[in-house]
Design a protein around this ligand. Structure first.
Ligand SMILES: [Zn+2]
Ligand SMILES: [Zn+2]
Length: 187
């Protein structure tokens, strides 16, 4: 969206609220593994305001987006949301003329009375989006050996003991433990 700030620059309005949606591009293939498998289920919402206090213009906004993505540990399809708050000083382009690019990034720059929001916000989404999506904080993930989903099943890497041989296995385990704790006794 292009925000029209001409009335604010002319001193006619002191506050400009905005609330709109922005659809992130779905083609994130170019050098952006961070969005691999991510589907945005709703357009990104952008809500905030620009205020002009005696010529000092300040923008505050919150962007929020809902998405589906595979859990980074167990690959389970996971719904989640992400939001962030942004505050920037708003200046006309001529103020930034002598600034280097890194400094300009700290400002929202008005060109010919308009503020171009979307590119900046999509860049921000790209930079701040979580690189790890988890189905739950304590997701146990997949076993690297057998691929078992450890949230719902046992790892199959260790052969299971036949229940009929379990007493024998217990004796063997005891013997091994005794051997390990008293290595000298067996010599
Ligand atoms: Zn998971
Ligand atoms: Zn395993």
């Amino acid at each position: 969206m292009q925000l029209d700030l001409r009335d604010m620059l002319a001193g006619i309005v002191r506050m400009l609220p905005f609330d709109y949606t922005l659809t992130p591009p779905t083609d994130f293939t170019e050098g952006s593994s961070i969005f691999y498998g991510v589907t945005f289920t709703q357009p990104m919402r952008v809500a905030g305001e620009i205020t002009n206090t005696a010529g000092y213009m300040r923008m505050t906004l919150t962007l929020s987006v809902e998405f589906n993505a595979p859990c980074s540990r167990c690959l389970k399809d996971t719904s989640d949301s992400f939001s962030l708050t942004l505050e920037k000083t708003v200046v006309p382009a001529d103020v930034t003329q002598d600034m280097d690019e890194d400094t300009i990034d700290d400002y929202a720059v008005i060109e010919d009375g308009f503020l171009d929001m979307d590119e900046q916000l999509l860049d921000l989404l790209y930079m701040e989006f979580p690189s790890k999506i988890l189905c739950s904080e304590d997701c146990k993930g997949l076993c690297a050996g057998c691929g078992a989903n450890l949230n719902v099943e046992q790892c199959r890497c260790q052969p299971e003991v036949d229940p009929r041989l379990a007493p024998l296995q217990a004796i063997l385990d005891d013997l091994q433990q005794a051997e390990n704790s008293n290595p000298d006794e067996n010599e």
